[in-house]
Design a binder for this molecule. Structure first.
Ligand SMILES: [Zn+2]
Length: 342
């Protein structure tokens, strides 16, 4: 089997890799219908996050169950299933509280940029569909595995409600789907912070009512202007830098909620500064498993179309171009289609 392997900064190769198989009785192996490149894949790709030797890449997936271990009960070969980027048992105390990405048995799912993938803890991790979906739904269903689930968590963790004023910091795929999620949750005003015309357009399509191009202190000042000096009820931070975190906190009203779902890189918060903001913070790796059943239902009923976030589709063997296009911000998100015979 051939799959994507990262060797070092900007050196991603599509080459022979071990074919995944059942290692534990709780595993499943799925044949991917589609996979994609994540914004978080760009951190190691750019060398901003060290890797220990050649690393199989990819953690977003959906597809047909090919094989299951002897202990797996809830999914069977032939079913179409979606899972989270962290495997979870879905039974431990953290899972029962809805924080499956903090599962006591959590395991990262790695190597999804390939035709086949081993998924640990299949019963807890995978959500099977009752019927095989039509091809046109695959991009939206794939997005639920991480990017859409993360956008939804950003909105949920920031307590977006009917009538809320919401700010979304970050115009990557997660930020854009944060806009869509806030819209779906009934937000009245959604201010997307973006200076990129194509992304501004998609933000508007997803439900943004205002666009703010300024960033940093100027961006936060512009939000204050737009909210009569009050700040927003809910701010979704979808980047993970010092500047974006501070911009998000400064844009939130006292008593408001700020969620952060971009993996922080070099972020440090000042305790005294935070103390006087009265802002409620909640974030982390999105527990997308919690949301999968409801989000699958919304996609199947045609209520949401998060697959629009994929503006580049490539055969899997061109995975390197997918990374390049996202790195250079020529593409918002690249969808990869495994080749039939690999
Ligand atoms: Zn658990």
């Amino acid at each position: 089997m051939k799959g994507a392997i990262l060797y070092g900064p900007r050196d991603i190769r599509f080459e022979e890799r071990e074919t995944p198989e059942i290692l534990n009785p709780t595993d499943a192996v799925i044949r991917l219908s589609a996979t994609c490149v994540c914004g978080s894949d760009l951190w190691p790709y750019r060398g901003a996050q060290p890797i220990k030797g050649p690393s199989p890449m990819g953690h977003e997936y959906c597809g047909i169950v090919e094989d299951v271990g002897s202990a797996v009960k809830s999914v069977k070969p032939g079913q179409f299933a979606i899972g989270s980027f962290f495997a979870s048992d879905n039974t431990c105390p953290h899972c029962r509280h809805g924080y499956q990405t903090s599962c006591q048995q959590k395991e990262p799912v790695v190597g999804a940029q390939a035709p086949l993938l081993r998924v640990p803890l299949a019963d807890g991790t995978l959500v099977p569909l009752a019927d095989l979906p039509s091809d046109d739904l695959i991009p939206s269903l794939l997005s639920l595995s991480d990017v859409m689930g993360t956008g939804w968590f950003a909105a949920d963790a920031a307590c977006v409600q009917a009538g809320s004023t919401v700010v979304v910091v970050g115009d990557g795929a997660v930020g854009l789907l944060g806009v869509l999620s806030a819209r779906q949750m009934g937000a009245e005003r959604i201010i997307a912070m973006s200076r990129h015309p194509a992304r501004q357009k998609l933000a508007r399509e997803f439900g943004a009512t205002d666009i703010v191009a300024e960033r940093g202190d100027e961006g936060a000042a512009r939000i204050m202007e737009l909210t009569n000096g009050v700040g927003a009820d809910s701010v979704l931070e979808c980047v993970g830098t010092q500047e974006s975190m501070m911009q998000a906190i400064d844009a939130t009203r006292p008593g408001g909620y700020m969620s952060y779902v971009g993996v922080p890189h070099g972020v440090e918060l000042n305790g005294a500064g935070l103390f006087f903001t009265h802002v409620r913070l909640h974030g982390g790796p999105a527990p997308v498993r919690r949301y999968l059943p409801d989000l699958i239902d919304l996609v199947l009923r045609g209520q949401i179309d998060p697959g629009k976030v994929f503006d580049l589709m490539l055969p899997l063997d061109q995975v390197a171009e997918g990374y390049r296009a996202m790195d250079e911000r020529r593409a918002i998100k690249a969808l990869l289609l495994p080749l039939a015979q690999t």
